[in-house]
Design a protein around this ligand. Structure first.
Ligand SMILES: NC(=O)c1ccc[n+]([C@@H]2O[C@H](COP(=O)([O-])OP(=O)(O)OC[C@H]3O[C@@H](n4cnc5c(N)ncnc54)[C@H](O)[C@@H]3O)[C@@H](O)[C@H]2O)c1
Length: 311
């Protein structure tokens, strides 16, 4: 794979750069030497203190096209992560989540096109797959989202491809599979399972398992997702709206996750979610030269230390 030459002072935009993955990505870009990073985030979920001090934070909403469009002028890369990124809230409020996840995404692509941006790296989601008949999940499988969120994220991929075909804007969509790591939300009803469990352990509460814990997920460490984004920005193999799985390479049941963390468990009610996810990551290897590096055991141990859980 040929890496595109990148001037480290090129202007870079990270939407959602105050959130879990976005703020880790900004840190990753800063560590790689990028010096002109602009974060667009309305802080609905993100936190100002997560934004690396070398980046410039614009407290703006991606639904407000006129407000965001000037920032895109002259940017080279846009990493688009801003979203309302949970399944259950999208079922409760499909309209608001559509406005942010689809109309907001359209605004980002339009602003990128009009600002002369070279490439947009779109944060897509494994939720586009829904429940498929076979595993592992491969990019060529027909999308079958089971929630407004899954559908909305899938619409973003289609927009990415269209913008590449119609307007020559380089785009690539990375379908992340359950991302975990430092700064993942651990509070609220819809936080991700690993962070929920760690938080419950920290408070001395039992870990809540939904419904029997046999559903499995392919957990991906946030540092691997960050690396995939930077490779997707600089690889000469992509840019035409490709859709690429970014998964950890194993799938684990909720019961296994609870066992890894260790402690008492309790069972709670069912939610509409796919039974299993497990990524085929050969395309990411072929196109980006990317493979996950963080073993699940290591990622969990790192988090247990951060939560002061010693056993
Ligand atoms: N976390 C995962 O496991 C996972 C899996 C697949 C895909 N993704 C995708 O990755 C991206 C980042 O997810 P995350 O887990 O870091 O979530 P997050 O909620 O921590 O980050 C999203 C950020 O977007 C911001 N935001 C929300 N609405 C906005 C708006 N209207 N205008 C401007 N900013 C807005 C939030 O304040 C937040 O900082 C999302 O696009 C999500 O769909 C995440």
């Amino acid at each position: 794979m040929i890496r595109l030459m990148t001037d480290k002072s090129s202007k870079i935009i990270v939407t959602g750069g105050a959130g879990f993955i976005g703020s880790n990505l900004v840190d990753g870009l800063v560590n790689e030497g990028y010096s002109n990073i602009h974060v667009i985030d309305n802080l609905v979920a993100g936190k100002e203190e997560y934004v690396n001090p070398s980046a410039q934070l614009h407290k703006l909403d991606i639904r407000d096209f006129d407000a965001i469009v000037p920032i895109f002028q002259g940017a080279r890369f846009v990493f688009h992560l801003a979203a309302l990124p949970r399944v259950q809230p999208s079922i409760l409020d499909p309209r608001t989540t559509h406005d942010v996840n689809v109309t907001g995404t359209l605004n980002v692509f339009l602003a990128a096109r009009d600002g002369g941006v070279r490439r947009v790296i779109y944060s897509a989601s494994s939720s586009a797959y829904g429940d498929q008949k076979t595993l592992p999940l491969k990019e060529e499988m027909e999308a079958c989202p089971q929630s407004p969120y899954g559908l909305q994220k899938y619409e973003g991929e289609l927009l990415a491809r269209l913008f590449s075909e119609l307007y020559g804007l380089e785009t690539v969509s990375l379908r992340y599979f359950n991302v975990y790591g430092p700064r993942a939300a651990s509070d609220g009803a819809y936080a991700l399972v690993i962070a929920i469990f760690l938080n419950q352990r920290k408070k001395g509460e039992p870990m809540t398992i939904v419904p029997d814990g046999t559903q499995s997920r392919d957990y991906t460490h946030v540092s691997d997702v960050v690396r995939a984004n930077i490779l997707a920005a600089t690889s000469s193999n992509v840019g035409k709206g490709e859709v690429i799985n970014i998964g950890g390479g194993h799938n684990r049941t909720v019961l296994e996750v609870a066992k890894f963390i260790g402690g008492p468990t309790v069972f709670i009610e069912h939610r509409i979610e796919p039974k299993h996810t497990f990524a085929d990551i050969s395309l990411a290897k072929n196109l980006l030269g990317w493979e996950p590096q963080v073993k699940f055991e290591e990622g969990i141990q790192e988090l247990k230390k951060m939560y002061d859980l010693t056993d």
